[in-house]
Design a binder for this molecule. Sequence first.
Ligand code: PMT
Length: 230
Amino acid sequence: AAPKPLAGRRAVVTSGPTHEPIDPVRYIANRSSGKQGHAVAAALAALGADVTLISGPVTLADPPGVRVVRVETAAEMLAASLAAVQTPAGPADIAVCAAAVADWRVATAAGDKVKKGPDGPPTLALAENPDILATLSQPGPRRPRLVVGFAAETRDVLTYAAAKLAKKGCDWIVANDVATGTGTFGGDDNQVHLLRRDAAPEAWPRLSKTAVAQRLAQAIADTFDPSATA
Ligand code: PMT
């Protein structure tokens, strides 16, 4: 049988976009398909981890062997993530935030459909959403031992990713280029750098999202049990 180096470890993975309502029929969103995050959840489960996947609205099938919690907004994703990392036995061991969480929501979503009127287009006032990765990274009883974020950038990828690693308080950042033409959002493959604290960034070759996820899951397993690949 395949080795299960993460058996007995609990992991929480976020994936997909969030939808932030404008009114009952419209929302603000982004181009995330959930392919990368769902692949990470599947890869951690394949190594034996007990995985809870917190997914924004996607059209993907649930990965096998994974508990899936479906949410719509960033606020719901935060609440579900906090509930999932807090298990009766203590914090989850691993958190991987691959979701493309909307940074802003509409401050006050309308209760009824916004209608066209004589005053021209409406103005949307935005409010900042909670940062799930930063919240899970905070020191304290809820903090998973290893917290991994992603950084989606369209330029200066490594510089911005290093800044996010410092600012958000997570342990690792997986940096990917999402500039127009890369196909990272929605596509089947990805080219990433893995940034760990106090180490040089590791450039990974262009791989399928499944292979990126498997390599990341193996790197995670190695930190919990360095003998796993011996
Ligand atoms: O879903 P796919 O189509 O497969 O595309 C994959 C992906 C490009 C979405 C994925 O690989 C990726 O990069 N996910 C993170 C996207 C993102 O929102 O990055 P960011 O640089 O804006 O955020 C940095 C980190 O903070 C991320 O781990 C993000 O999940 C987290 N975050 C951001 C804002 C927020 N309010 N809460 C968060 O937890």
